[in-house]
Write a new protein. Structure first.
Length: 471
C-alpha cells in the first residue's frame, strides 16, 4: 500500500465503507467515488447550516460508541498521535513527565473527547482529569495536592482565570509545574513564567492541527494525515470589507505562503466537505511524512472575519457593521466594553405573503450589480422568507449612561452604514429599512459570559469586543 493510500485514500475508503450504505450515501453516490478528485467534483462545499440540514440530520450523530476500537479508528485520532507526543516531549526537554492535569469538559461528540484523552494517556503518566470547574479555589486546591508537572487547558484564559483566583503566577502554587499546553486563545497574556505552548487542534471532525517546534510561536501544522483537509481561499478583509471566497478549494500541498484560507474537512465520522468556519494563514511548510508525502502547510489561526448580514433588499458587510459601532462612540461617551450587532428579529415583516418585487423600481446604474439590480433585471416575483428590515445593536458600556445615548448611537451607526453602503442608503431613503435599534446591557454581562465559557472547559473563550451575530 502506497503512502498516498495510507492517508487520504485510506480515509476516503473508510468514508465510503461507513457512510456509503446509508440512505444519504446512496443518494450522493459515495460508493462510486474512487479518488479525492471524484470527491471534490461530486460533492458541493457545504456551510455549517447547510451541512446540518442536508447531511447531519440524515445521518444522525453520536451513533458510534466512543469506546469501540473501530470507532476510534474512524476518528483518525491515532494516526498522527506519535507526532503530537514527540512534540510535547520536546517542549518539556527534561525527561519524562510523571503527573499531568487535564482540564477538559465533555464535548457534544464523545469521539472528540476520546482523541484528547488518549493523547494524554499516551504520555504514560498519572493523570488528574477535571471536566468542570464550579469553584476556582477548589480546583486550585485539587491541583495543589496533585502538583502536576504538565497541565493541559482548553484556553489560555482558563489559566488566567486560575491565576486571578490565586492572585499571582500559578507556578507559586504548583511548584512542579513545567509547562502549560492550550488549544485556544493563544494570543492572551498570562502572569505565569512557565512556558505556554500549543497543544494541537482538535475539531469535531477529528484532529485538525499538530503542534510544531518550528516558528512562529503558536503555529500549527495541518493534520493532513488524519482526515481530508481542503483550503478555501478568500480575499483579505483588510483590503475589501466584503468576504469574497473562491469558487473552488485547493489542496494543502498547493497552498500559497501568506494566503488566508477557511478549512474544509471530510472524515468518516460523517463530515462531507464541511466549511468549518475555522480560518488560517499559511506561514510555512513542514517536511513530508509517510502519511502525507508532500509539504504540509504550517499555519497560524485567525479570528474569522465578521459575517455579512442580509437585510431585506441588501446585504451589509460585517466589517462595515463592526466599524460603524466603533465610530459611533465619541470621547465624551461611556467607554464600550463589548458590543454585538446583527439582524433585529422584531423587524421581520409579519403576515405578508409575497416579497415586494424590485422589477418596478427605477434604480440608478450603481445598483446594477447588487441584489436589487438583479431582481430588477429578472423581474423576480418569487415568494421568499422575509428578511429583517433593521439591525439590533446590544452594547455594554462602562460609565454613566444618559437616557439619550441609545438614540445618539442609533443615528451615528445608521449614518455610518449609509456612507459605506449605497444600497443600504437607498433603502433607508425609501423607508424600506428601519434605523438600528440599540439596547444597553447591564454591567458585567461580558464578564459573566466569559466566566461561564471558562467553567465549561470546552473550546475557546475569547470573543471580539465588537462582533456580528446571527438572528
Amino acid at each position: 500500500m502506497s503512502s498516498e493510500a495510507s492517508a487520504r485514500q485510506h480515509c476516503l475508503a473508510q468514508m465510503i465503507e461507513h457512510l456509503g450504505l446509508t440512505r444519504l450515501g446512496r443518494e450522493l453516490g459515495l460508493a462510486r467515488l474512487r479518488s479525492l478528485d471524484d470527491l471534490r467534483a461530486s460533492l458541493p462545499i457545504l456551510d455549517r447550516e447547510r451541512h446540518e440540514r442536508e447531511v447531519e440530520q440524515h445521518l444522525g450523530f453520536g451513533l458510534v460508541d466512543s469506546g469501540d476500537a473501530q470507532a476510534r479508528e474512524l476518528s483518525g485520532g491515532g494516526l498522527e498521535r506519535d507526532a503530537v507526543i514527540s512534540t510535547w516531549q520536546a517542549f518539556l526537554r527534561r525527561g519524562a513527565v510523571r503527573r499531568v492535569a487535564l482540564l477538559r469538559g465533555h464535548n457534544v461528540d464523545p469521539m472528540v473527547d476520546r482523541i484528547a484523552r488518549d493523547d494524554v494517556r499516551a504520555l504514560d503518566a498519572e493523570v488528574l482529569p477535571l471536566d468542570h470547574v464550579d469553584d476556582p479555589a477548589a480546583a486550585l486546591e485539587r491541583l495543589g495536592d496533585f502538583d502536576p508537572e504538565l497541565m493541559l487547558v482548553p484556553s489560555v484564559l482558563t489559566l488566567r482565570w486560575l491565576e486571578a483566583a490565586h492572585r499571582g503566577a500559578l507556578e507559586r502554587r504548583l511548584r512542579s509545574l513545567r509547562m502549560v499546553l492550550a488549544e485556544h486563545d493563544m494570543g492572551q497574556e498570562v502572569r505565569s513564567r512557565v512556558r505556554v505552548a500549543a497543544a494541537g487542534w482538535i475539531h469535531r471532525s477529528g484532529r485538525l492541527g499538530l503542534p510544531t517546534l518550528r516558528p512562529p510561536l503558536h503555529a500549527l501544522t495541518l493534520a493532513v494525515g488524519s482526515q481530508i483537509i481542503e483550503l478555501l481561499p478568500y480575499g483579505n478583509p483588510e483590503e475589501d470589507a466584503r468576504r469574497v471566497y473562491a469558487s473552488e478549494t485547493v489542496l494543502p500541498e498547493h497552498a500559497v505562503m501568506g494566503q488566508r484560507y477557511e478549512l474544509v474537512v471530510s472524515s468518516p465520522l460523517g463530515f462531507l466537505r464541511l466549511r468549518t468556519d475555522e480560518h488560517v494563514r499559511v506561514v510555512g511548510f513542514d517536511p513530508p511524512t509517510d502519511a502525507a508525502p508532500f509539504p504540509r502547510p504550517r499555519v497560524v489561526r485567525l479570528a474569522p472575519a465578521p459575517p455579512d448580514v442580509a437585510l431585506e433588499g441588501c446585504t451589509v458587510a460585517g466589517a462595515w457593521l463592526t466599524a460603524s459601532i466603533r465610530q459611533a462612540f465619541l470621547r465624551e461617551d461611556p467607554a464600550v466594553v463589548a458590543a454585538e450587532i446583527g439582524p433585529d428579529p422584531r423587524s421581520v415583516p409579519r403576515g405578508v405573503t409575497a416579497m415586494q418585487t424590485a422589477a418596478n423600481m427605477r434604480l440608478p446604474d450603481a445598483f446594477k450589480d447588487t441584489e436589487l439590480g438583479w431582481m430588477a433585471r429578472t423581474g423576480s416575483q418569487r415568494v421568499e422568507r422575509h428578511k429583517p428590515r433593521a439591525l439590533l445593536v446590544r452594547v455594554e458600556v462602562q460609565g454613566y449612561v444618559a437616557p439619550e445615548l441609545t438614540g445618539f448611537l442609533s443615528k451615528r451607526i445608521d449614518s455610518s452604514l449609509r456612507r459605506h453602503s449605497p444600497a443600504y442608503d437607498y433603502l433607508r431613503q425609501r423607508d424600506e429599512l428601519q434605523p438600528p435599534r440599540v439596547m444597553v446591557l447591564p454591567a458585567g454581562t461580558r464578564r459573566s459570559e466569559e466566566d461561564r465559557r471558562i467553567r465549561e472547559l470546552v473550546g475557546g473563550v475569547w470573543v471580539p469586543d465588537v462582533r456580528v451575530v446571527g438572528m
